[in-house]
Ligand binder design. Sequence first.
Ligand SMILES: [Zn+2]
Ligand SMILES: [Zn+2]
Length: 266
Amino acid sequence: MPSKTSTKIGETTDVPTPPSAFRQWLQNHLGACSPYLPVLCLLCEQVTTTSGADHLCPHCRLALPFNQNPCLHCALPLAALDNSDTAICSECLTKPLANRAIAPLIHRHEAAHLVHRLKFHRAEPEGRTLAMLMMTQIRLTDMSRLPTLLVPVPVAYSTAVNRSFNQSALLAWHLAKAFNIDYAPRLLIRQGGPAQRSLTRGQRLISAQFARRSSAKPLAGAHVAIVDDVLTTGATVRRVSRLLRQLGAGLIDVWCATRTPSLNDE
Ligand SMILES: [Zn+2]
Ligand SMILES: [Zn+2]
């Protein structure tokens, strides 16, 4: 289970404990045989007898901080529980972040732990679990209006070299496969600069420069979903949306695994 600590800045307030040596060994060496091994819950590491493909025990699944009443356009958790399909935050009433925003979890406690494991430890089982939670949320929406293209938020070249991994691309890959949607991980590039988590909110709003690749083809009115792990200020989504519109995108959704509880949650 994650342990609590305070961090100066950033999207994660929980520092997870490392996985047990036994679990790490199972993941690293016996992954191919995993159907024949006991399923360990990703959060409590207890053997779970349920066959849930998300690798969570019933207790941990129920304890997840679900985003109960999100804003339709930015997934910000709202206080009122009147009608979750039409809830819209005050900012999105005048300047909606996206056509439709999906973020099944609030970015705290166990949800932040799963994202941290995915992002900094390249924990692919946690990535699959987060993608499955996103799939469940998406299936609860109007399936007749799914996007036709998924665009993961790119990481900077230096981050890609250091981590050899883009967590948003992994989530998008799972979602594209599940919904049979095209997937474009190389449409955009992220230029240099410090990682978002090392910046204050104000700095985030003016950083994160994105560009389209010279090989990017026009989107011809396509309904696109931007895929990311965490939605915090929405600055990244707005910048990516602007580029996608320049390429000719029509409707733009945003699909994220977790949402910070407020725009100033730093
Ligand atoms: Zn558990
Ligand atoms: Zn909103």
